[in-house]
Structures are given as C-alpha cells and as structure tokens.
Design a protein around this ligand. Sequence first.
Ligand SMILES: NC(=O)c1ccc[n+]([C@@H]2O[C@H](COP(=O)([O-])OP(=O)(O)OC[C@H]3O[C@@H](n4cnc5c(N)ncnc54)[C@H](O)[C@@H]3O)[C@@H](O)[C@H]2O)c1
Length: 374
Amino acid sequence: MREHLDSKIKERLGEHGPAIRTLGLGVVGLHEGRTLLAALNRTRHIRAVAACDIDKEKLAAIQREFPSLNCTLHFQDLLARPDVDLVAIYTPDALHGTLTVQAFEAGKDVICTKPLVNSMVDAEKVLQAGRKSGRKLLVGQSTRFFEPFQRQREAFECGDLGGLELVDAHYTHRMDWYYEKSPWVATGTDWVFLGLSHPVDLVRWYLGSIDEVQAYGYTSEMGKRYGVRGFDVYVVNLRGMDGKIARVMGHYGLRELPSARNSIELMLYGSKNSNLAQYHDMRFKYTSDDGTEVCEDPLYQLRHYYFNSETHGMHYGEFANYSEYFARALINGSPYSPTLEEGIETFCVMEAVRRAAQSGKPVAVKPLMDEVGL
Ligand SMILES: NC(=O)c1ccc[n+]([C@@H]2O[C@H](COP(=O)([O-])OP(=O)(O)OC[C@H]3O[C@@H](n4cnc5c(N)ncnc54)[C@H](O)[C@@H]3O)[C@@H](O)[C@H]2O)c1
C-alpha cells in the first residue's frame, strides 16, 4: 500500500515527461475560476488562454496575476477565440445552463462546476444542446477527485470491499461567510443543488441509477437569518435500481465541527470490508486483512498540491486533477466520468430530493429523467 501511495504522490507532483498536445482553456466566473487558473501549473495537457467575468475589478486583478491571459467582460468574446478549445464555468448556479448551451453552440467542450444545472428547464436545454452539438462535458464534481476519494474508488474497483451493501455520505459546512461573499446563494439556488450535490453525486457514483428518494428538510437559524429560500438542512434516503440503499445528510447552518468529523465523508459498507474517505482532512481509513486499522494520511506530502500551501478546504488539487483528466480524455478519445448525461441524471436525483423534502412524500427519479428527455 505504501508503494502505491508513493507512486500516486509522484504522479500528483508531476514527475513525468512533457505533454505532446495541450488544449486551450477559457474560464468564466473568477472566484472559484481563479482557483482553477492558479492550479493549472499542475497540469500538462491543458493551459489557460482566456478568462471572463462581469466584475471589472475582479477581472483586473486576474489580469495582474496572470498577465498573459486574454481577459474580457464578455463571454461571447471568449467563445469567439479559436485558441479556446474548452470552457470552464464557475458562475452562480442559475447561469450554468445558459452558458453551457452557448459554449456548445460555439463548438467548445465544457467543464461545468457542480451543480451542472438547477432547474428542469435548463436540464432539458443543456441535454438537447449537448446532443445537437456533439460536444463533450465533464461535471466538475471536485470531491471525486480529492486524494482519499480516488484511493477509495481504487479499493472498490479492486474488490477490497466485496459486494457493496450500504453507502453513507454527507457534506456539512458553516456558510455565513458564503452568504456574505455571494448573496445569490440565499435565494438563487437551493442547498440541495449547491451543497448536497457532493454527497448525492458520490452515492450515484457507487449505486448507479437511483429509483426513489425520501427526504426531510429544515431551515437552520443561520439560514433564516440570511433569508434562505428552501431548506439548508437535509436528511435523505435513496434506493438504487437494484434495491441497494444509501443515506445522505447536509447541514449548511452549523457552527463548528468537532475534529472527529470532516465536512465531507463517504463511508462504504461492503460484504468483505468497509472504508471511509474524508475531506477536508486527507484521510482514507480501512481495516486490513489482519484486523489492524490502516489510516493513509498524505496531508503533509500533498497539501501543497491540493491546498496551494494555504489551508484545509481549498480546491486547487481537485480542479487540477479533473481538468487534466478531462483534457487527456478529449485528446485520447477515452471514456470519462461524470459526463453530461450523468450530470443530468444527478440533477434529477437532486430535484427528486428537493420535491420529496417539500412534500414529505417519496419521489421517483425516472419520471423526472423522462421529463427532461434523458
Ligand atoms: N467544490 C467545488 O467544486 C465548488 C466550490 C465552491 C463553489 N463551486 C461552484 O462554483 C460556482 C461559483 O461559486 P463561487 O463561490 O465562485 O461564486 P462567487 O459568487 O464567488 O463567484 C461567481 C463569479 O461569477 C461572476 N459572474 C456572474 N455572472 C456572470 C456572467 N454572466 N458572466 C461572467 N461572470 C459572471 C461574478 O462576478 C463572480 O465573480 C457555483 O456554481 C458553486 O456551486 C464549486
């Protein structure tokens, strides 16, 4: 296991030869989009050529930080550039659908941060535009690309767990700072799309298609203070098509977390073993065959890569991992995940959760998928 970890760390730290071909990237929305720009010194098959934001000051700051970038206030100018092969979208949730359709129509491939869309209308539009244009899209589900979650997936695919029997995922985070920074968060989306998209995607990654969900929602004191539309606390049960079950929890009005818990955790229970991946710490835990507990914790080797030597909880490494992974898939024509169709399916699961929490009744996912044309 140690050797395996060493080789992964070397891979992350870029001990490879130079790339043969690189793709040009245009980034729109320059808060989390800036994180991606700063992370591209870790990638070999993708390079930034253009950036866009409607905020003049933010754009000017990006131009100072990355002098060679072509910066514009107008998304259409970015799309018109022939050196932009693919576009990465980090605007507020409600704009993802429109900007993705525009990028497809301009002949660009797309990385769209989570959530891919946050409405049924946009789900249908994006799916149709993707099919018509034939362009490719990767949903930037960052948690999948954080080191412990990659390790957990490898262990699962190697059969270490035996048959999967239960999935338990959560994402909790104190969000008063987010409402202050980005007021659209309170009323322009729903926490089921913004926050719960992480654990819902993780469950879908392991269980595949979801048949039905049950959900309860609650609005925290912090959520009420900031006028949150919808709930900011969710508890969800999900049943897969093959009858396997999962639960998901999200809380975005909490105060502090004791150190025993991480903001995102994915616990997999299998017939042979169970294991746990954690974010914002960098731990992957499981029981070895001789019964001892193993904790892989590469935080001090990889925190520069993942957190840019800042602090826990930044996304540099995950964004670098998924953009490099997608660029390689585009260049080689190889399969990748999560695709446009998977992203729309995950949206349908999230919409089912939102409706179930509002109504207090179970909601089937398939009718929503039919409605958006999946
Ligand atoms: N783990 C992750 O992958 C992760 C983490 C945080 C946020 N996100 C997602 O990233 C997105 C952005 O979140 P954020 O925290 O950076 O939000 P933010 O409010 O800090 O930044 C959004 C930026 O988009 C710009 N913008 C708005 N409309 C625009 C338009 N029409 N054209 C160009 N630019 C426009 C704004 O000026 C702003 O700079 C959200 O969808 C969020 O869900 C993902």
